[in-house]
Design a protein around this ligand. Structure first.
Ligand code: SAM
Length: 245
């Protein structure tokens, strides 16, 4: 059979391989089904648990008004989940901050095989379309395009104050990307703000790297702001702000 297969035209080989991958009882087909029905589904459920836990926390402890700030937008998976989880209960403005050009240059501290400059680039308009087609009215969504080091300025903050943030969702993978976010965010914190680190366990959970490192530095510098741990998953960790300076 293998011998016959090698003499088939490439186009037919491709069709045969694709068909085989879709048959659940072959090894490759079974693996594909497990990835979509078990592995990826589990990842989605874990994230949904975070968002719905925030919805319940904010509903029980209402009011915690203010923005949903998302740092790291990419394919709009989390922005859509935020809308799905919050809009029946709260009237929020949703703000997505992203370069829309992917990751910045990777410096020494963030070096890891999977990261490279420009990876995870996603077109801003495509992101907006994804969010809108999921039901969010256009006027509810604001995007801030650019690298955080450049965009998170006092001038930008002036456009958003005096309203605070109810949720700060950080999903930008790198230490160097998280630092400017945490520098900019204190002015938007209030008692009840939930801050989520989607990539808490990147870098094998090493506390001297990634979002964990940025958070530990931030916490040391801001002893006036208090947090308590909230929901965590195998990938993410969240905190509730319990005291502002
Ligand atoms: C893992 S993706 C976010 C996934 C997204 N939350 C979703 O659910 O589809 C990481 C995003 O962070 C953005 N990013 C990382 N570092 C950045 C920086 N320094 N400035 C702006 N955007 C950055 C990337 O462009 C990328 O879109």
């Amino acid at each position: 059979m293998k011998k016959i297969f090698q003499y088939l035209p490439d186009a037919i080989k491709t069709v045969a391989r694709t068909s085989r991958a879709n048959i659940p009882w072959t090894k490759i087909g079974g693996q594909r089904r497990w990835v979509s029905e078990t592995y990826s589904k589990f990842g989605l459920e874990e994230r949904r648990r975070i968002f719905l836990s925030i919805a319940r926390f904010h509903h029980i402890n209402r009011p915690v008004p203010g923005y949903y700030f998302e740092f790291g937008c990419n394919e709009a998976n989390t922005m859509r989940m935020a809308w799905d989880s919050f809009h029946y209960l709260f009237d929020r403005q949703y703000v997505g901050f992203d370069s829309f050009a992917g990751l910045p240059a990777i410096t020494e501290i963030d070096k890891q095989e999977i990261w490279e400059k420009g990876k995870l680039a996603y077109d801003e308009q495509l992101f907006i379309n994804q969010v809108i087609s999921n039901g969010m009215p256009r006027e509810k969504l604001i995007t801030v395009k650019g690298f955080y080091e450049d965009t998170l300025t006092d001038e930008l903050a002036a456009k958003f104050v005096p309203q605070k943030a109810s949720v700060v969702y950080i999903d930008c993978d790198l230490y160097t990307s998280t630092v400017p976010i945490l520098k900019w965010i204190p002015q938007f914190l209030q008692v009840g703000t939930v801050i989520v680190f989607d990539d808490w366990n990147c870098f094998k959970g090493d506390p001297s790297r990634g979002e964990r490192r940025a958070w530990h530095e931030f916490s040391k510098e801001h002893s006036d702001i208090g947090f308590e741990p909230f929901v965590s998953t195998g990938e993410a960790q969240s905190f509730i702000c319990i005291r502002v300076g």
